[in-house]
Design a protein around this ligand. Structure first.
Ligand SMILES: [Zn+2]
Length: 91
């Protein structure tokens, strides 16, 4: 497959994944940081999604092991709940 085809495929999979989750994915803002997944230790934007299911239901989803973090009542709370779960800081 050509590079743009691969990117389109990944985009489509990503969209489907978040549709199944019933959530919208939000890119991280500058200064926001997510610890690596406590289960698979994957981290970073490629693997972790900050998701909004409802305006008062935010959580982090790991696309490597498909685990879902605890829900927070807003964006910051969702990030905080994830980061307090005992994951590892990224070097
Ligand atoms: Zn994981």
């Amino acid at each position: 497959m050509k590079k743009d085809q691969i990117e389109k495929t990944i985009e489509a999979i990503d969209k489907t994944m978040h549709e199944l989750l019933g959530a919208i994915r939000h890119p991280l803002k500058k200064g926001e940081h997510l610890k690596n997944c406590p289960f698979c230790d994957y981290g970073g934007d490629d693997w972790l999604s900050l998701c909004e299911r409802d305006p008062d239901n935010w959580f982090v989803f790991c696309r490597q092991c498909c685990c879902e973090g605890p829900g927070g009542i807003d964006r910051d709370n969702g990030i905080g709940m994830w980061n307090e779960r005992g994951g590892h800081e990224k070097d």
